[in-house]
Design a protein around this ligand. Structure first.
Ligand SMILES: Nc1ncnc2c1ncn2[C@@H]1O[C@H](COP(=O)(O)OP(=O)(O)OP(=O)(O)O)[C@@H](O)[C@H]1O
Ligand SMILES: [Mg+2]
Length: 242
């Protein structure tokens, strides 16, 4: 489904992502982990078209999408949530999701259908129904996180990129998010997820990829990766992993 080969991003004098190869099959959940500043968000931004790589190639469903604009990549079936939950402050939650329904893929539903679908997606992500009409600047961080996920799902992605979706959630909310992530995968969407909470990553991932200083240092089954000495030395040793 997705293949990265030699993907590199230079930002000024810094190599934020360095020569990363990665492949992903349909129906998988891949966990992407690594220390702060490892290049995880930059890599997701490259896949989704928010950033162009300075080297390498990104292929999605047998098409070269390297450097393609984010809106075109979205219409081809990739959407993402953002590490910092933000939204259009003066639109309601429902309107934000409707934008994705209306413009995020090649279908063209009418406004009434788009609204009904937006409400359905908000309910799927457990967004409080009574706040669908609330301006997003009045939502709390948990509601903004749910809204982000709803917005990303609105385009009916084949591949969903999640950047720290559960950060800032309490254990109960986090476990609800994990259930939701599994439900999305069971519905046929593949998922690439960045997360610092190892119990979340271990619980959902078919495979774990580890970045450090922009380079991929491990890629394999969860059990093998967490027992990899280099991963323990560079990452797991430093965090309160479990
Ligand atoms: N726009 C930018 N300008 C300058 N440096 C940047 C920019 N974006 C990212 N970087 C740098 O690139 C490196 C990778 O950053 P990135 O945000 O991808 O890391 P990350 O793995 O997502 O970290 P975190 O776990 O803290 O979210 C960091 O050193 C960061 O400071
Ligand atoms: Mg990040």
């Amino acid at each position: 489904m997705l293949s990265l080969s030699g993907v590199t991003k230079q930002i000024g004098g810094l190599t934020a992502v360095n020569n990363v190869d990665l492949t992903m099959s349909t129906g998988q959940i891949i966990g992407l982990v690594g220390p702060n500043g490892a290049g995880k968000t930059t890599l997701l931004n490259i896949i989704s078209g928010m950033l162009s790589p300075t080297g390498g190639k990104v292929t999605f469903l047998n098409e070269d999408i390297t450097g393609m604009s984010a809106d075109r990549i979205c219409r081809r079936g990739i959407s993402k949530t953002f590490q910092i939950a933000e939204s259009f402050p003066n639109l309601s939650a429902e309107q934000c999701v409707m934008i994705g329904v209306l413009f995020g893929n090649t279908r063209s539903p009418d406004m009434r259908d788009a609204r009904a679908e937006a409400l359905e997606i908000l309910s799927f992500v457990n967004f409080p129904g009574e706040k669908a009409g609330t301006l997003t600047r009045n939502l709390n961080v948990v509601e903004l996180k749910r809204l982000q996920l709803a917005r990303a799902l609105a385009s009916h992605p084949k591949l969903l990129l999640l950047d720290e979706l559960t950060t800032g959630l309490n254990p109960k909310e986090s476990s609800e998010a994990v259930d939701l992530i599994r439900k999305i995968r069971d519905g046929g969407t593949s998922i690439l997820i960045i997360e610092h909470v190892m119990s979340v990553i271990m619980g959902v991932s078919n495979r774990i990829v580890v970045l450090d200083h922009g380079e991929k240092i491990a890629d394999g089954f969860p059990h093998d990766v967490v027992n990899n000495q280099r991963v323990i030395d560079t990452y797991l040793g430093d965090i309160d992993a479990f």
